[in-house]
Design a protein around this ligand. Structure first.
Ligand SMILES: Nc1ncnc2c1ncn2[C@@H]1O[C@H](COP(=O)(O)OP(=O)(O)OP(=O)(O)O)[C@@H](O)[C@H]1O
Ligand SMILES: [Mg+2]
Length: 513
């Protein structure tokens, strides 16, 4: 019978066995050298450090905290970069033969958190214990309200407490769909409402924040007690005539540019209608209104006015439920607030046009009221629809312009933006680039991360790169909100979550018959 042949191999069986033995020796020598690599760090400026460590018992993590020690000296540090590297070294093989060995090791860098600015060389590196991290964060925390939004991801049990004062800068939140932005933004808003006296206005496109006025069943009792007073301070404005705060506007209250934009009017091309609109509004301002309802336009004999009415009718503008000159308008509420937190439930509006208009009216009214210098956090969820890089219609172009204006100049009047989106590149660049705080959740797109890195240079690039492996509810927080950028695991909501995902019960296994 013919012998079964194994895989083809060059040379004789004894040459093959010799090669196997030499390979095993090489691997043994390589492992011995790799295991002997000590975790050691060097800093030439006392602020940042570089280190090397063995890959065989690597306990260091990107974003994790370490203690750097040498003699009686020790410092807390944070790893911001970590990767595998190769190096060729000479070693002594069996029989003391000299060998050139390609080894693999971990190399990285980080920030010295407690620093006296003194450089150091060959300090040993070990993972910090959670109480060492906690002690540093408590010492570094300023004497201002703290917003506890969860735990430090890489120091379990250590609270992630943001400096509320950091909200006096604009904040950018981003992450892909389902990464937990809306949920986490809710956690942050609950803390802002419970722990500070900052006024909050939320543009809520998916009715996600309408539950801020209700404490969730089963909420953590301690958090619920801190939140107990808040629900009375939250007013939800929704498109429902029977609601406590029906979402209504007055056409005459809107800026002329917005009025023209919703009617698709061009001052040159549509001269007659534009002039009619100007005249009608002037009479209205003088207290001699020709009509109290927009549809009365259709009956007037004034040149251009009937055409204007027809235009509004054809565009469906007359059917919008937001018009009601008798009801208290949302713009009045924004000018003279009766509640500390105004949730504008854009998701309750029937048409996209109404949503765009209300968003624009809110930003414009807040901007107009800036001289009152009343600090206000302006929250824009799904910001790519309200201040997009490339607005698709004239009303959105105006809301983007307003958001850019607030981003550039609002801060000195106390208008602080908190914008959230899935795609940073779809939000107007002049909004993103003005942000000094980042809340970054899972983000797969390298292109989006590169864009963010370019616009927000205060974020350590190595930490930002870690966002590709975040799970739901994990985030990188960087900027003025936190003394040192950190990975955070977001905590649980206290108030009711408006728009949780549809449960995936359709994927439950079918019972066997
Ligand atoms: N920290 C968390 N704990 C428990 N559930 C969470 C947490 N974060 C998010 N979820 C749940 O995950 C789902 C998706 O979260 P969320 O709606 O916040 O994502 P998103 O990033 O806003 O997505 P999109 O961009 O599509 O709006 C929701 O059902 C929410 O309840
Ligand atoms: Mg969301």
């Amino acid at each position: 019978m013919p012998e079964k042949s194994g895989p083809a191999r060059a040379g004789t069986p004894s040459q093959g066995a010799d090669l196997d033995r030499r390979m095993a020796d090489y691997r043994g020598l390589r492992e011995q050298i790799e295991r002997s690599i000590l975790p050691l760090a060097t800093s030439v400026d006392g602020l940042s450090f570089e280190f090397q460590a063995s890959l065989h018992d690597l306990s260091l993590r990107r974003g994790g905290y370490v203690v750097l020690e040498r003699g009686g000296w020790s410092r807390l540090g944070q790893i911001t970069d970590l990767g595998a590297a190769s190096e060729t070294v000479s070693g002594e093989g069996p029989g003391a033969a000299a060998a050139s060995v390609l080894i693999r090791l971990a190399r990285g860098g980080g920030m010295v958190l407690e620093t006296d600015g003194a450089p150091f060389h060959d300090a040993s590196v070990r993972p910090a214990e959670p109480d060492e991290v906690s002690a540093w964060f408590s010492r570094a925390r300023p004497e201002r309200a703290g917003l506890t939004i969860g735990d430090l991801l890489l120091a379990p049990g250590v609270a992630a407490t943001l400096d509320a004062g950091g909200l006096d800068r604009h904040t950018f939140m981003c992450g892909q769909s389902g990464s937990g932005k809306t949920y986490s933004l809710g956690v942050l808003l609950e803390q802002v409402l419970a722990e500070t006296s900052l006024r909050v206005v939320v543009l809520d496109p998916n009715s996600d924040y309408v539950g801020l006025s209700r404490i969730r069943e089963g909420a953590d009792p301690e958090l619920a007690a801190r939140y107990a007073e808040v629900p009375g301070d939250v007013a939800v404005w929704r498109d429902d005539a029977a609601a406590e705060h029906p979402l209504r506007l007055r056409f005459a209250d809107l800026d002329r540019e917005v009025q023209a934009a919703i009617l698709g009017l061009d001052p040159v091309r549509d001269r007659e209608e534009y002039a009619a609109l100007t005249e009608l509004l002037r009479l209205q301002e003088e207290g001699k209104p020709l009509f109290t309802h927009v549809d009365q336009l259709l009956e007037t004999e004034r040149p251009g006015a009937r055409e204007l009415g027809l235009r509004a009718l054809n565009l469906g503008v007359l059917e919008w439920s937001i018009w009601n000159p008798e009801a208290r308008s949302l713009m009045e509420e924004l000018r003279s607030p009766t509640a500390r937190c105004t949730v504008v439930d854009l998701g309750s509006l029937a048409t996209m046009q109404e949503q765009r208009l209300v968003a624009e009216a809110v930003l414009s009214t807040l901007w107009e009221s800036r001289l009152a210098r009343k600090p206000c956090l302006v929250v824009i969820d799904e910001a790519h629809n309200i201040c997009p890089a490339n607005p698709g219609d004239p009303v959105t172009a105006l809301s983007a312009q307003r958001a850019v204006q607030i981003a550039a100049e609002g801060r000195k009047y106390g208008l602080y933006l908190l914008t959230s989106t899935q795609r940073p590149s779809k939000v107007h660049e002049n909004v993103v680039s003005q942000c000094d705080n980042l809340l970054l959740m899972r983000m797969n797109s390298q292109a989006d991360l590169a864009d963010l890195g370019r616009l927000l240079s205060f974020v350590p690039p190595g930490l930002m790169a870690g966002a590709t492996s975040f799970r739901m509810g994990q985030a990188l927080v960087a900027g003025k909100l936190l003394h040192q950028a950190a990975y955070v695991r977001m905590g649980q909501r206290v108030s009711e979550e408006g728009g949780a995902d549809v449960p995936a019960t359709w994927a439950d296994p079918r019972p066997k018959s």
